[in-house]
Design a protein around this ligand. Structure first.
Ligand SMILES: Cc1cc2nc3c(=O)[nH]c(=O)nc-3n(C[C@H](O)[C@H](O)[C@H](O)COP(=O)(O)OP(=O)(O)OC[C@H]3O[C@@H](n4cnc5c(N)ncnc54)[C@H](O)[C@@H]3O)c2cc1C
Length: 397
């Protein structure tokens, strides 16, 4: 984009009924393509070779299943490489390991984005995971008792499909973004790399979650920065202090985000919409730091009039740049299956699609808990999904 354009146990009977309803859905669509003659049969296709896909791959390999991991990027780790230059993970190395291979750094080190990318690439190599890079999945259809996965010229016929690609793919922008004056440079946070992309002068960051706050600090060194949006809350202690390191962060990551707030309890279900539709609390940045860096907090952005941004309180800002830190859409239109709810998000319980018997998800925001979409939490969901696949494979032989 250019600037300014911008655990349920199911019987085989139930599985059969679900297969039938999926086939009916495809017939209704009337578009089910015929698989190519050279379609490759495989037990499992995993879509996405980020931390979620690699974690599932680890368990599938151990179980001895035939599978392939497809990823649109050129290299494993590219999701991280493509993030902004100064990005360091907010989770120290002790929370950045996938199952079976410790992150190669002292426990308190905050990895750079490139170090994380290298780690993922090394992980795929170490466990000889069958990753095919540069392969974008265009469509997934039900074809009888298998899934037809279309990826460019290659078709796969899979018994099971794991979608490990459901986050941070399709930028979400308000409709009025296109009404900004063409002289204002605008970027989504996923496209932001560093200040040199921007016009000199002022920058409005829309969305005050973790990305907004971190990019605000990055830009405050070179630009006058406004940060628009509601404050999502923050950790009550300095992130780099001993109290945070030894007490607060372990409690938040390992207990609150992993065990306390889950889809299985009322507290978790209440918190879920906040994590899914909005930003969770600020992890590393504190309001005091933003103020010290000269970042000015302003109301939510309400509209664009005469090419200029207008805030909810009626204030009109004259800006040279806008960075949209407004999050992502699910971006799963390529799933030609009855798998999504009315909000376009997957209908799933613990990663198992509720209306498709061979479809799974890993890495969704609050899939089971907030940690589902974090490095230290993805392992639990990945293992569970892999176990379910193995169980169903056994049931079907
Ligand atoms: C700015 C930022 C900072 C973060 N910092 C941290 C942190 O410090 N600690 C932490 O625990 N978490 C952090 N996260 C959250 C999370 O760990 C990362 O987003 C992580 O990259 C998610 O991994 P994933 O495997 O679920 O998805 P991704 O890393 O996005 O990988 C998905 C893969 O799927 C591929 N894909 C998508 N669609 C298709 C398709 N149709 N066909 C083929 N391939 C496809 C993509 O190419 C991509 O490689 C951060 C997130 C962001 C955005």
């Amino acid at each position: 984009m250019q600037p300014s354009t911008i655990a349920f146990h199911e019987t085989s009977e139930r599985a059969g009924a679900l297969l039938e309803s999926g086939a009916a859905f495809a017939r209704l669509q009337g578009q089910l393509p015929a698989p190519a003659a050279h379609a490759q049969p495989v037990d499992v296709v995993v879509i996405g070779a980020g931390q979620a896909g690699l974690s599932v791959g680890f368990h599938l390999a151990r179980a001895g299943l035939g599978f392939v991991i497809l990823d649109a990027h050129r290299r494993v780790g590219d999701s991280w490489r493509k993030r902004w230059d100064s990005l360091r993970l907010f989770t120290p190395a002790r929370y950045d390991s996938l199952v079976g291979m410790p992150f190669p750094a002292p426990a308190g080190h905050f990895p750079t984005k490139d170090e994380m990318a290298e780690y993922l690439e090394a992980y795929a190599e170490r466990f000889a995971l069958p990753v095919r890079c540069g392969v974008r999945v265009d469509e997934v259809w039900r074809s009888g008792e298998r899934y037809l996965v279309r990826a460019g010229a290659q078709d796969y016929l899979a018994r099971h499909v794991v979608v490990a690609a459901a986050r941070h793919q399709e930028p979400k922008l308000p409709a009025f973004a296109s009404a900004l004056d063409p002289s204002i440079r605008q970027w989504h946070s996923s496209q932001y790399r560093n200040a040199s992309q921007l016009n000199a002068g002022t920058a409005l960051l829309v969305g005050a979650g973790n990305s907004g706050a971190e990019i605000a600090l990055d830009l405050a060194r070179t630009h006058r920065v406004w940060l628009a949006g509601r404050h999502p809350g923050h950790l009550p202690v300095a992130y780099d202090g001993a109290l945070a390191r030894h007490v607060v962060v372990p409690i938040v990551f390992r207990v609150l985000f992993h065990r306390v707030l889950t889809a299985d309890n009322a507290l978790g279900r209440k918190a879920r919409p906040k994590f899914v539709g909005h930003s969770g609390p600020l992890i590393r940045v504190r309001p005091r730091q933003l103020a010290a860096a000269g970042v000015q907090r302003v109301a939510r952005l309400a509209d664009v009039r005469d090419g200029q941004p207008v805030l909810e309180d009626g204030r009109r800002l004259s800006v040279d740049n806008v960075v949209w830190c407004t999050g992502y859409r699910p971006g799963l239109d390529w799933l030609k299956l009855p798998a999504l709810g009315t909000d376009s998000r997957p209908d799933q319980y613990r990663g198992v699609a509720t209306r498709e018997p061979g479809l799974y998800f890993v890495g969704l925001p609050f899939q089971h808990s907030p940690s589902s979409a974090m490095i230290h939490g993805v392992a639990r969901d990945a293992r569970r999904v892999a176990e379910r696949i193995v169980q169903r494979m056994r049931m079907s032989v």
